[in-house]
Design a protein around this ligand. Structure first.
Ligand SMILES: [Zn+2]
Length: 191
């Protein structure tokens, strides 16, 4: 993982700040606070936050929400598959927590250019913590096979403490959806 801060421009922090705002919106809605923005040509073109509780759908992660906003918009504008692929290959994603295996695979198959994330995802991380889907696959793809991810550049640890502090707040206040009785972070809060 690249060490944070060194090659990060002020823009990186500004966009991550917007992702954190999305995570705060999730927290306000009693969702696990993870948020993201997608940037093209220096402009935010989509944003998303975790919505797994509201939608009762465990796959509605922040990244999926933002990707759907983008793809639906581009589809409405009549973009061809090739045009969509070309556009997404110029997009950057800023997300407060390392994309999980599902999201990292989706981002890799879509061919996003680069991902910046805050804290690591020790349980489900798909960008180095558990799997490294960002590295893509080098083997050639047989016709009819499952699409292989192209991979993407990945930078972790950007404003990680802010991202962690939001998650901690969430788990300390008690996750109404958490399986009981095991709540390790809530236990720490009683110190
Ligand atoms: Zn995910």
């Amino acid at each position: 993982m690249a060490s944070p801060g060194e090659e990060c421009s002020p823009d990186t922090f500004a966009f991550m700040e917007l992702a954190i705002q999305q995570a705060k919106l999730a927290l306000d809605s009693l969702e696990v606070p993870v948020g993201c923005v997608i940037v093209e040509d220096g402009k935010v073109i989509a944003s998303g936050r975790n919505q797994t509780t509201e939608t009762r759908n465990a796959t509605r992660h922040a990244e999926m929400e933002a990707i759907d906003v983008l793809l639906e918009g581009w589809q409405r504008n009549g973009l061809s598959k090739l045009e969509v692929a070309k556009k997404i290959s110029k997009c950057y994603l800023y997300v407060t927590c390392e994309p999980c295996i599902m999201c990292a695979a989706a981002l890799s198959i879509l061919g996003i250019k680069e991902v910046f994330y805050g804290c690591a995802n020790d349980k489900f991380g798909g960008c180095g913590s558990i799997l490294s889907l960002n590295l893509g696959r080098s083997e050639p793809c047989e016709s009819g096979a499952v699409p292989q991810g192209k991979g993407f550049k990945c930078n972790g640890g950007i404003m990680a403490s802010e991202a962690v502090s939001l998650l901690r707040t969430f788990y300390e206040q008690g996750n109404p959806n958490a399986p009981k009785p095991h709540r390790p972070l809530a236990h720490q809060a009683t110190r």
